[in-house]
Ligand binder design. Structure first.
Ligand code: G1P
Length: 310
């Protein structure tokens, strides 16, 4: 249905990762270290987001960085000294894992958001690199576990509907004011019409309990709107406000994805993600459970956490 309204479905090849945020909620850890390099078990948050994009078929990775973020660029580069040492020591598995994590040569781009003016402004900073093409946008704070990545699920919907696609999930009413929230129109959970959206509404003004989960597929027309977008919630240039305007011209489709999410922008979400991912790892789960048991954590509870993570 939506496809007829927006006839040409152009392939999405590029993903944008806004990584300029100061990470003040994790100070002092983030004084010198970008928050996107904080690890869940042994992988930095940004690596999970890049993995998710690669699984969805993305082959160009655009990072909107800021001061103190140079290490993200290093992370997605080869490290010859390290590779040589691993080779000499015969650590071939570790070496091939490292190489597997890297996007192909020439497939990463970096630009800087010079001032912290908000997510909408960060996305706008990527306009010249993205060009006149639809693109995916992944906020690395949000981490997902499931059989299929969230962006992949969205891409499947996008291939049918075209337009703009955003991932949503239900949260308790008390939490809506921390997020962007959508109004749900007709259609199944795998692709319904979004009829409105608002950034960080008061609980009583939220149009639903479906929050925007930090994964988007957007048409490039958003850049023109962002160029003149007045400041919104929190005095920042908000992507949600520009999307609400674009919605008057183009369809927006919501995808209530399958999987478990962790908001690693909060300490509780981040710590929970570490427990869930550790308990999902064959190489460490049983030792970790034993260590938790020593802390007095009831083993039935830990089994429960592990089951939910699978
Ligand atoms: C941003 C978006 C918001 C979205 C959230 C997901 O908010 O503006 O719409 O729900 O990410 O994490 P932020 O977390 O930057 O305040």
């Amino acid at each position: 249905m939506l496809n007829q309204e927006f006839a040409v479905v152009k392939r999405v090849r590029t993903a944008v990762f806004p990584v300029a945020g100061l990470g003040t909620r994790f100070l002092p850890a983030t004084k010198a270290l970008p928050k996107e390099m904080l690890t869940v078990v042994d992988r930095p948050l940004i690596q999970y987001a890049v993995d998710e994009a690669r699984e969805a078929g993305i082959d160009h990775f655009v990072f909107v960085t800021g001061r103190n973020k140079g290490v993200i660029e290093d992370h997605f580069d080869r490290q010859f000294e390290l590779e040589t040492t691993l080779e000499v020591r015969g650590k071939i598995a570790a070496l091939s894992e490292l190489r597997k994590d890297l996007p192909s040569a020439g497939r990463t781009s970096f630009t800087r958001q010079q001032e912290p003016l908000g997510l909408g402004h960060a996305v706008w900073c990527a306009r010249e690199i993205v060009g006149n093409e639809p693109f995916a946008l992944l906020l690395p704070d949000m981490l997902f576990r499931g059989k299929r990545g969230v962006l992949k699920q969205m891409m499947e919907t996008y291939e049918e509907t075209g337009g703009n696609v955003i991932a949503v999930e239900p949260v308790p009413a008390a939490d809506v004011s921390s997020y962007g929230v959508v109004a749900r129109g007709e259609g199944p959970d795998s692709g319904f019409r979004v009829t409105g959206m608002v950034e960080k509404p008061k609980r009583e003004e939220a149009p639903s309990n479906l929050i925007i989960s930090g994964r988007y597929i957007l048409q490039p027309d958003i850049f023109t709107l962002l160029a003149d977008q007045p400041r919104g919630a929190g005095g920042e240039i908000q992507l949600t406000d520009a999307m609400q305007t674009l919605m008057q011209q183009q369809p927006f489709v919501g995808v209530q994805y399958e999987g478990q999410s962790f908001d690693c922008g909060s300490k509780i979400g981040f710590l929970t993600a570490n427990v869930a991912y550790a308990l999902g790892r064959d190489d460490i789960a049983s030792d970790f459970l034993a260590a938790l048991a020593k802390l007095g954590l009831d083993s039935a509870l830990s089994e429960g956490i592990r089951d939910a993570a699978e």
